[in-house]
Design a protein around this ligand. Structure first.
Ligand code: BGC
Length: 813
């Protein structure tokens, strides 16, 4: 990946002092890397991602995420994946790359390819899918797009970061096979296919070792097996033991500027505990990254073209979940009543580090008005408030009596779904469900339009005339909704995740957000891999989505050419509208001695078919894709047997079945002890007794915390005397702006301030003293954190020394 002559790089390395090397391996002021001007080494600018460029206007402070430069707010990753159209993802990546160039950004902190283990994860809107193929294909497309503009990417969060509530301290306890087949696979595809410039490691521990110092992940798998040759950086504040981090292959400490980490590294190099050549390897990778990004003139871009692309993705990513023929709206729809504040205050993106500041927003109301649609509007409820509003409700119910069709705009608010915390249930606010039920009880014909980054529990699905899930559709989402409702566009999105009926049915339910130790006891049975085999009744299956037209599959043919399997199928549009179909190819696993999901997605293709016309979908995969991860051999093994290729319109709508015999590979044998074979033959209902046997080691106990220490979540620290003092002080500091925002009169300004302040207030109890010390830009220094921990451990003298160090130097070393 060298962009300057190797000798120059070698010369630079030789000329750097130890202190300069240490600075090169950490961030500066949250979003930049350290320059070394005397050697012409410039500072790189890194920023979020993933659905636009979030460049802070004032860079100071570790949590500077609120005041951002304008950029296009594209639909979030959940919407993007629902397009099942990777070409669109690549175009979106290229557009974001161009905007990065315009804003002087060298590396975009995106995409996020973590697997959606549970719909409760607050950050699912930033991820693609429960399926590793979809996640990997979309991740690759985004990386290709962004990097085509000469801007680097940072594929995140590596790895097994499946919840927010425990992300700073938690341990993802995952068996080797699930890790390989589910949680690492998307990263593997992206790394091998697209050579991302950087990878961002996750906050959490993976099988007992923090990702930021997990040598097996960062060096063994990522570099030695997959050939990654770029920089690994920490997530913001993910460093624990910096020396162990560098030794494990973690190059760059972000946001950095923690003198303690620098001092530890300096000491380790001087004492020989960390060999200089290990440090130099990381420094060289940083030099290579800098060399790839020389100072360049800022580009300009056509903001309107990007806004139009955002709109097109929102149209393709919307999923028509149900429709009794009421949609598209037309003469038969009669008079329209619109209910729900999301109509004018559309939720178009999530909350947290991905927050974009778009130059403009088109709400559904703007789009209806621009088209001259006649409607009556009653808000019915406040989108950012949980409590019901009797006056608004009765106005909506009254209005519905004289309307022929009610369009109910509902969704999750930023107070329910965000980076930094998880949902505790799948429901919508009472203020929405109670009104919706009342409208249905009154006999209204209701079309539900949803703005939510993840599945929600739907009240009375069978009584709704139609359900259109917009996900989080970006700044032009309103125009997309109008186009779809009115039939200017034909829905073609498909779910990239299963939509459960109840949270109790979800595949990770046995152990999700129950403590620091997250037991991934469901193993490979994630999403449809679980529901298929468990026979779970779902609201909507993986891959589901309706159209205003209908498709038939004809003349399917399968060819095996060496290692490649190619399936061709003719898709006929038998309806009266042009449309697009997403043809999904699953392979049903052969009967095996090893437990497996019933079927797994191996390819997909989106085809556009004119009304009355036909198109051929071509789907291809490698036989090797059918291999499973053998935990005895620590390798992929392809078993002989009678597989079946399923051509389908969703995981529950198989249209064509074709046999596929695999021979000449391995005979089926189980690498597991018999109790694992028995308990995992079908998806486990709880945590099986054989989970330790599957894991190959005892399952760690949830730690008991008797006193305040560095790795304790502030929320959990409240149970200890000192912890109460510390957490009150810290949480109190972020609570004040939140309370002030809540007290503001109703306005868009109030919503924005509430949203941003709430994110920090709600996230803070999940932070540990260490993660704060690592990310607060000195506001809460490592010495202070250490002082409190020493005090709690009964070492007052050492504690005072630590506090003094802080007072003397402003930031303890
Ligand atoms: C998030 C990352 C993000 C980083 C910088 C972290 O809290 O987990 O996804 O890139 O902050 O904003």
């Amino acid at each position: 990946m060298t962009a300057v002559a190797a000798s120059t790089m070698e010369e630079q390395l030789a000329a750097l002092t130890l202190d300069e090397k240490l600075l090169l391996l950490e961030g500066l002021e949250s979003w930049r890397t350290h320059p070394v001007p005397r050697l012409g080494i410039r500072s790189l600018y890194l920023t979020d991602g993933p659905h636009g460029v979030r460049k802070v206007r004032s860079a100071a402070g570790g949590f500077g995420i609120v005041d951002n430069e304008h950029s296009t707010a594209f639909p979030t990753s959940a919407t993007l994946a629902s397009t099942w159209n990777p070409q669109l993802a690549e175009r979106m990546g290229a557009a974001i790359g161009a905007e990065s160039r315009a804003l002087g950004v060298d590396v975009l902190l995106a995409p996020g390819v973590n697997i959606k283990r549970s719909p409760l994860c607050g950050r699912n809107f930033e991820y693609f899918s429960e399926d590793p193929l979809v996640s990997g294909v979309f991740g690759s497309a985004v990386v290709r797009g962004v990097q085509s503009q000469g801007v680097g990417t940072s594929v995140k969060h590596f790895a097994a970061n499946s919840n927010e509530d425990y992300r700073f301290v938690g341990d993802s306890v995952v068996d080797e096979r699930a890790l390989r087949e589910i949680y690492l696979r998307a990263f593997e595809r992206v790394v091998k296919e697209t050579r991302p410039e950087t990878v961002m490691c996750a906050y959490n521990q993976v099988n007992g070792t923090f990702a930021s110092e997990n040598r097996e992940l960062l060096t063994g798998i990522l570099r030695e097996e997959w050939g990654f040759d770029g920089v690994v950086m920490t997530d913001w504040g993910a460093t624990h033991d910096r020396v162990a981090g560098v030794a494990a292959g973690c190059d760059l400490d972000m946001p950095g500027s923690v003198p303690h980490n620098r001092a530890m590294l300096r000491e380790a190099v001087r004492s020989g505990a960390l060999p200089l050549d290990v440090l130099d390897t990381s420094v060289t990778r940083m030099l290579e990254l800098v060399a790839r990004h020389p100072e360049r003139e800022a580009l300009t871009y056509d903001a309107e073209v990007h806004a139009k692309l955002a709109r097109d993705i929102a149209v393709e990513g919307a999923v028509l979940l149900a429709n009794d023929g009421t949609l598209p709206l037309g003469a038969a729809s009669g008079s329209l009543l619109v209910v729900g504040e999301f109509f004018e205050r559309m939720r178009f993106q999530g909350a947290g580090s991905s927050l974009i500041n778009p130059p403009s927003i088109v709400s559904p109301r703007d789009a209806f008005d621009a088209r001259g649609v006649e409607y009556r509007y009653e808000p019915g409820f406040r989108s950012m408030r949980e409590e019901r509003d009797a006056a608004l409700e009765s106005a909506a119910l009254d209005a519905a009596r004289s309307a022929d069709t009610v369009l109910f705009f509902a969704g999750l608010s930023d107070l329910e779904e965000s980076e930094g915390f998880d949902r505790t249930h799948l429901g919508l606010h009472d203020s929405q469900t109670a009104l919706l039920e009342a409208l249905l009880d009154q006999g209204a014909r209701v079309v539900l339009v949803l703005f939510a980054g993840a599945p929600v529990e739907l009240p009375s699905t069978d009584r709704l005339a139609a359900v259109l899930q917009m996900y989080l559709p970006g700044m032009r989402g309103g125009d997309a909704v109008a186009a779809l409702l009115l039939g200017e566009a034909n829905p073609s999105g498909r779910l990239a995740e299963s939509w459960p009926l109840r949270v109790e049915d979800t595949s990770a339910y046995a152990d999700y957000d129950r403590g620091e130790i997250a037991r991934y006891a469901e193993s490979i049975y994630v999403g449809y891999r679980f529901y298929d085999a468990a026979g779970t009744r779902l609201a909507f299956p993986f891959g589901h989505g309706l159209s205003y037209t209908a498709f038939e599959y004809r003349d399917a043919a399968l060819d095996v050419d060496g290692d490649r399997v190619v399936v061709r199928v003719t898709v006929a549009n038998t309806g009266a509208r042009d449309g697009a179909e997403v043809v999904q190819l699953y392979v049903r696993n052969a009967p095996s001695a090893v437990f497996k999901a019933e079927k797994e997605l191996r390819a997909f293709a989106k085809v556009r078919v004119p009304a009355g016309g036909e198109a051929v979908a071509r789907l291809e995969f490698a036989l090797g894709d059918l291999a499973y991860w053998d935990v005895e051999r620590h390798d992929w093994v392809l078993e002989d047997g009678d597989y079946e290729v399923l051509v389908a319109a969703s995981a529950a709508d198989v249209r064509v079945r074709m046999p596929l015999a695999v021979t000449g590979h391995e005979r089926s044998r189980s690498p597991y002890p018999p109790e694992v074979d028995r308990d995992y033959a079908t998806p486990p209902a709880g945590i099986p007794d054989s989970f330790p046997a599957l894991l190959g080691r005892p399952v760690p106990e949830d730690p008991r915390h008797g006193r305040l220490h560095l790795e304790l979540r502030l929320g959990d620290a409240r149970g200890t005397f000192l912890g109460r003092i510390v957490s009150r002080a810290i949480i109190g500091a972020v609570e004040k702006p939140y309370r002030e925002a809540l007290a503001l009169p109703d306005s868009l300004e109030r919503d924005i301030r509430v949203k941003n302040a709430y994110f920090l207030w709600r996230m803070m109890p999940t932070a540990s003293m260490r993660s704060l010390a690592m990310s607060s830009g000195g506001a809460f220094s490592y010495s202070t954190a250490e002082g409190f921990a020493l005090l709690a451990a009964g070492h007052p003298i050492r504690a005072i020394r630590a506090f003094r160090r802080y007072r003397r130097k402003g930031e303890g070393a």
